[in-house]
Design a binder for this molecule. Structure first.
Ligand code: FAD
Ligand code: PYC
Length: 416
């Protein structure tokens, strides 16, 4: 493994980048791999990393049509938590949260995971009941969760309007103290560097245009850089899962929607936690650079444009100002969108498919960043062993024919 010394850092700084070592190689694609992962977002890179690290697979490529982390990994608002209602989902997200807690050390790369707590606000008696139920369910699953009363919220979150007589009164909140945020680019870069060090070929500017099959089995992919043979293919392309599934003759129960995010001009530290509200439909945190990081619900139409519509921007700002009236004076800096693939039950798919050797990991909707390590870990197991791990068994494609859906709309909440 390459070591970086303080002198090395100084030398690189003075050489104006020219002699900086590359963080990962840029190899030409080989003609054949044991495993090809389609999609160089956090999930794809994590899958490749755990395939190499946990399962000893040596001949792996990650194929990315653009640049790594250029999809939703680099576009999301970085909220990490594991407070899902149903045991199946809660345990999968909790596995991920546990991996987050050691991730910087594991990757030897600072992913800036900050456990600053995540609040989910209650604005009605029904919200309070739902939140109390979820807090209890989380605790039964060994996941930290607590209910915070309004008086305590006033102390914990200065600036939050906690009154009983506003349009959306704040009647309490759930708090997961171990939740928080991480640096999204660093997650992609950290996994890429660590995967590369284990021999994974990361090939950018390489779009998969076809999935080759023979006798019901996958045999490789067509790409903009030629055909590449593979014994196994794992597809993890966030907003484009249906497009790739179509290439293999598979129909997924997925809708693709734009989801927007916003950052403000940088401010001095004013908010040291994450606040989410399903009721007003907005959420907010403050980045280490000082920007307020803001988001809301999906744009309700289907589409692949990474922009979103104006009325969602207006609605989001209304929501945030309802919660934090003082932020009405803050100027916004940037807005962007990503494409999210949502499943009918707001839960992901990590599954084998009817094509032997072809696996799909998708449908994370608005909430897959928090799952990056756990998703990669479980998908790597599924590919290496050709069967689900118990953590992702319930997230098989079978559930859409058996009807065993896991409704997480409440926990997925704000953005869905
Ligand atoms: P991506 O990072 O999108 O990676 C998929 C990659 O596949 C892309 O790089 C794409 O270029 C590539 N690809 C697509 N087609 C092809 C092809 N044919 N050939 C080769 N490569 C291809 N989740 C949370 O948990 N917390 C949040 O706070 C949060 N906020 C969000 C805010 C926004 C605005 C958005 C858009 C999403 C948010 N999410 C959040 C969801 C989260 O970002 C995603 O679920 C997660 O990042 C998906 O990771 P990924 O690696 O699967 O996707
Ligand atoms: O899943 O926690 C989440 C989330 C917050 C914002 C978008 N997704």
């Amino acid at each position: 493994m390459k070591k970086y010394s303080a002198f090395g850092l100084l030398r690189n700084a003075l050489s104006y980048n020219e002699k900086w070592p590359e963080a990962w190689r840029s190899p030409e694609p080989k003609r054949k791999y044991d495993v090809v992962i389609v999609g160089g977002g956090g999930h794809g890179l994590a899958t490749a990393y755990y395939l190499a690290k946990e399962h000893g697979v040596q001949n792996i490529a990650v194929l990315e049509k653009g640049w790594i982390g250029g999809g939703n990994t680099g576009r999301n608002t970085t909220i990490v938590r594991s407070n899902y209602l149903w045991t199946e989902a809660a345990l999968l997200y909790e596995k991920s949260l546990k991996l987050w807690e050691d991730l910087s050390q594991d990757l030897n790369y600072n992913v800036m995971f900050s456990q600053r707590g995540v609040y989910n606000l209650a604005h009605s008696l029904q919200d309070v009941r739902d939140i109390e139920r979820r807090v209890s369910a989380n605790r039964l699953n060994g996941i930290d969760a607590e209910f915070v009363a309004p008086e305590q919220l006033k102390k914990n979150i200065p600036g939050l309007r906690v009154t009983a007589n506003s349009r959306y009164p704040v009647l309490g909140a759930s708090l997961q103290r171990r939740g928080g945020v991480a640096r999204h680019d660093a997650v992609a870069w950290g996994y890429a560097r660590a995967a590369d060090q284990r021999g994974v070929d990361i090939i950018q500017q390489c779009e998969v245009t076809g999935i080759r099959r023979e006798g019901g089995k996958v045999i490789g992919v067509d790409t903009t850089r030629g055909a590449i043979a593979a014994d196994k293919v794992g597809v993890v392309v966030a907003g484009h899962a249906s497009v790739l599934a179509d290439m293999a003759g598979i129909r997924l129960p997925i809708e693709s929607h734009p989801l927007q995010a916003f950052v403000s001009e940088p401010l001095k530290p004013v908010l040291d936690t994450v606040v989410m509200s399903n009721g007003v439909h907005g959420y907010i945190s403050q980045s280490d650079k000082g920007e307020l990081v803001i988001g809301a619900g999906i744009d309700s139409y289907n589409g692949y444009g990474q922009r979103g519509s104006f009325h969602t921007i207006e609605h989001t700002m209304q929501a945030i100002i309802e919660l934090f009236p003082a932020f009405s004076r803050v100027r916004m800096l940037r807005q962007w969108g990503g494409i999210v693939d949502t499943c009918p039950d707001a839960c992901p798919i990590i599954s084998k498919t009817p094509v032997s050797g072809l696996y799909f990991n998708c449908g994370w909707g608005t909430g897959g960043f928090k799952a990056t390590p756990g998703s990669g870990w479980a998908f790597a197991h599924t590919i290496a062993e050709d069967r689900s791990h118990e953590l992702n068994a319930a997230f098989d494609l079978q559930r859409f024919t058996s009807g065993a859906l896991i409704d997480e709309h409440g926990a997925a909440g704000v953005a869905h």
